[in-house]
Ligand binder design. Structure first.
Ligand SMILES: [Zn+2]
Length: 262
């Protein structure tokens, strides 16, 4: 069965059909979703969804892009003071539906002050350690600095939408982290990621959508959703020479272990 460890169902792109879509997922093989907040407001909305859809769990945290995103509560409500926002997010970790800290990390693709990003990421890693929760890590074009903080604090969790080398992936899993694999692995130009999947034991892989983004082939560029993970599983099955249900079953177990849902 499908466990999607990284989704954004509070995204406005789902406004016109969110309930219809979420209601349809169980009959399409989806048994679990971790919906990732990117700021306080989206985490609270995500919690509302989790009350309605028992298969949906929540990650609460501040995404590095929220530092500059004009529509994020980091700016609309907290005037850019992410420290104040983290204080308001803090009580959410007492809620049993909140299973991770995130989405957190470093994004050097966009013009976001690096020192602020690093301070925010470090604070969120400490939050994860304090609450003994896994952290969902976003690393875009920031491998060295991301790995340095992961090495320093050794949090549990997952490096989502993994884009590093196979060797680094092995190193991260030896630190106890999982590697998040999504639609990119089905793309024609993703040989490096396919090599990473080939090198990793299935026991360290988590499947994810990052929906509404990152739809797998043959839906590349279209709106993504958790049911489409079967195309990601099919590609991984092909790479590893196992069945699609092997991939789905093992990664479902991995997700339950990673987010303490067993
Ligand atoms: Zn995400």
């Amino acid at each position: 069965m499908i466990f999607d460890t990284h989704a954004h169902y509070t995204s406005h792109q789902f406004d016109r059909h969110r309930d219809e879509l979420l209601s349809s997922l169980p009959q399409n093989g989806v048994v679990g979703i971790v919906d990732c907040g990117v700021d306080l407001e989206s985490a609270v909305k995500s919690l509302e969804l989790s009350e309605k859809y028992p298969f949906l769990y929540v990650a609460a945290g501040i995404h590095p892009e929220s530092i500059t995103d004009e529509t994020a509560s980091t700016n609309t409500r907290f005037g850019g003071d992410w420290r104040a926002e983290l204080v308001e997010i803090e009580p959410l970790y007492e809620n049993k539906r909140v299973v991770a800290v995130g989405e957190a990390g470093l994004d050097y693709h966009w013009e976001i002050p690096k020192d602020e990003q690093q301070a925010l990421f470090e604070a969120e890693i400490k939050t994860a350690l304090t609450h003994d929760l896994p952290i969902i890590v976003h690393d875009r074009e920031a491998h060295a600095d991301t790995y340095a903080l992961l090495k320093k604090y050794k949090p549990k969790g997952v490096v989502h939408c993994y884009s590093g080398s196979a060797d680094d992936a092995i190193w991260l899993t030896k630190q106890g982290l999982y590697i998040g694999i999504g639609g990119v692995v089905t793309f024609k130009n993703s040989r490096r990621l396919q090599e990473t999947v080939s090198a990793l034991p299935l026991e360290r892989i988590l499947l994810e959508t990052d929906c509404p983004y990152m739809a797998p082939e043959p839906f590349r560029g279209k709106e993504n959703n958790s049911a489409l993970i079967k195309y990601v599983a099919a590609k991984i099955a092909e790479i590893k020479g196992v069945t699609i249900s092997d991939v789905l079953d093992i990664t479902e177990e991995n997700a339950k272990t990673a987010f303490n849902l067993a």
